[in-house]
Write a protein that binds this ligand. Structure first.
Ligand SMILES: Cc1cc2nc3c(=O)[nH]c(=O)nc-3n(C[C@H](O)[C@H](O)[C@H](O)COP(=O)(O)OP(=O)(O)OC[C@H]3O[C@@H](n4cnc5c(N)ncnc54)[C@H](O)[C@@H]3O)c2cc1C
Length: 472
């Protein structure tokens, strides 16, 4: 077998693919990224309209992981970080009004709007025997440990908003990994949290939320332009074939057809695209990928004159539980979180519509979507009149849902992958949807690839350096 053209080809130039490629380039491997669109970033993209800076999807990175901190430092992105306030007020909707979220479990006990029964139920948590299993839903887990009020008022809005999921269907182990682990380890969330609090004093990791100067696109551009990441825009992979000890990949672009040999292959396209590419290789794998459900989300950006909104907007926004009965799952007050998002004297509210709670938004046109958001916001925030700027970013398949048989499906996918050595699936339907999780999973994938390549074959491997970077 002759030399491969590259050590690794990454298919898909969203944050999953770009972060994986960046980590691989740090290990001295030759990496190419093929992206179907002309722009990098996939879902993510910042754009300007009438003096406002808008985000198509992700607005914030929430991080407490040291590997993600290292990524920010070593990519140079730390220098363009735009930090969000460290302890912002957050709101939920309760009986038609905004209510500040209690900052801690303790604060919930004293909150006058929580029912006495609900508070007593929380207090009982340490005495509830451990139970549950890998198939348990979020609703089952939270009701069992903390009661219904906690589910409806505190957990449901987080599952429905940022994850676009349904707590009655979402898998508890995969979307509440830390809480469920506390029960497994300590038998109780309360006890586990106290132990963790004691331990955290000694560890350095602090939770922080941030974006970048110029928005999330700054991160994407930095990665796509990084010296070791050979980014090929406008190039779609069309066929994958095992060849020798590696892979042969065919693709198309406006310039014509492309063919490349890679020792390892990372598939960072969404599940449907991954299913189409893997169908000729393994029908079972392809079927598992096709079955991953996605939910639609419309992001409705609205700009107002500051004095058209009565609410002080003193916080990062609100999330609405399903009891509120809205199609709006949440609203992020971007101009309160970051200083440069709206022109002087204006405010920018970024609102999320749909998710699994209201997939009907798929069929709503811009006018209907904007009217729905305005009707929800106006009484909550005391808005007078119409927004001076409206822009809608639609995502028909916004986020993969970690619903139902998620664990069984992921196990089945892992099993099928063992028969396809050198093929890695690295996208947001696996291991977490957040940007933080995508960067962390990219790191783990890069480690596996470096280990798989070893330093035996080929000169382009750079495996000595790789072994140092990844402390293998
Ligand atoms: C509305 C919304 C708000 C969000 N807010 C946040 C947030 O505030 N914070 C946060 O951390 N996360 C947030 N997320 C989640 C996060 O943005 C996504 O999970 C993440 O961006 C997905 O990245 P990805 O690379 O896995 O997939 P994608 O971004 O979908 O990238 C996949 C890429 O593969 C390409 N592709 C497909 N087929 C091929 C092919 N055959 N050949 C070549 N290329 C191909 C596609 O064109 C695409 O660019 C949000 C998501 C949404 C939808």
């Amino acid at each position: 077998m002759g030399m491969s053209d590259v050590d690794v080809l990454v298919i898909g130039g969203g944050v999953s693919g770009l972060a994986t490629a960046w980590w691989l380039s740090q290990a001295g491997l030759t990496v190419e990224v093929w992206e179907r669109e002309q722009q990098p970033g996939g879902r993510i993209g910042s754009h300007r309209k009438s003096g406002y800076l808008l985000e198509r999807s992700a607005s914030l990175v929430m991080n407490s992981r040291p590997d993600v901190g290292r990524f920010m430092a070593e990519t140079g992105l730390a220098a363009s970080k735009a930090p969000a306030p460290s302890r912002p007020a957050r709101y939920t909707v309760h009986e038609g009004r905004l209510e500040a979220v209690p900052a801690s479990f303790g604060a919930m006990f004293t909150s006058p709007t929580w029912s006495l029964g609900g508070r007593l139920r929380l207090a009982l948590e340490p005495f509830i025997p451990a139970g549950g299993n890998a198939r348990e839903t979020v609703s089952e887990f939270v009701t069992r440990r903390l009661g219904r009020e906690m589910l409806e008022r505190a957990i449901d809005p987080y599952i429905a908003g940022p994850l676009a999921s349904d707590p009655d269907a979402a898998n508890a182990y995969s979307v509440l990994p830390r809480l469920t682990a506390l029960e497994r380890r300590y038998g109780s969330l309360g006890v586990g949290m106290i132990v963790h609090k004691l331990l955290r004093r000694r560890s350095a990791s602090v939770a922080e939320a941030f974006s970048f100067q110029g928005g999330m696109s700054t991160m994407i551009k930095t990665l796509a332009n990084a010296p070791g990441v050979h980014f090929r825009p406008g190039r779609a992979a069309t066929e994958l074939r095992p060849e020798g000890k590696g892979w042969r990949i065919e693709g198309v672009s406006r310039a014509g057809e492309h063919s490349l040999r890679a020792r390892q292959l990372v598939l960072s396209a969404p599940a449907t695209a991954a299913a189409a590419l893997t169908a000729p290789l393994d029908a079972d794998l392809s079927r598992h990928l096709v079955e991953i459900e996605y939910a639609p989300v419309s992001v409705v950006h609205m700009g107002f004159a500051r004095d058209a909104v009565d609410h002080p907007l003193n916080g990062n926004g609100f999330l609405a539980s399903r009891r509120a009965g809205y199609a709006v799952t949440g609203s992020l007050w971007m101009s309160s979180v970051f200083s440069d998002r709206a022109p002087d004297g204006k405010v920018l509210l970024t609102n999320y519509l749909g998710g699994s709670r209201c997939p009907e938004v798929l069929g709503w046109d811009d006018e209907r979507s904007a009217a729905e958001v305005l009707a929800t916001l106006s009484p909550l925030l005391g808005i007078k009149g119409e927004p001076e700027m409206v822009h809608i970013d639609r995502h028909d398949r916004a986020l993969p849902l970690y619903h139902g048989a998620y664990f069984a499906r992921m196990q089945a996918i892992d099993e099928r992958l063992q028969r396809l050595p050198g093929l890695h699936l690295e996208a947001n339907y696996r291991g977490g949807v957040s940007v933080r999780d995508r960067i962390a999973c990219g790191y783990a994938a890069a480690r596996r690839i470096v280990a798989a390549l070893g330093c035996k074959q080929g000169s382009g491997c750079g495996a000595t350096e790789a072994a140092e970077v990844f402390s293998l």
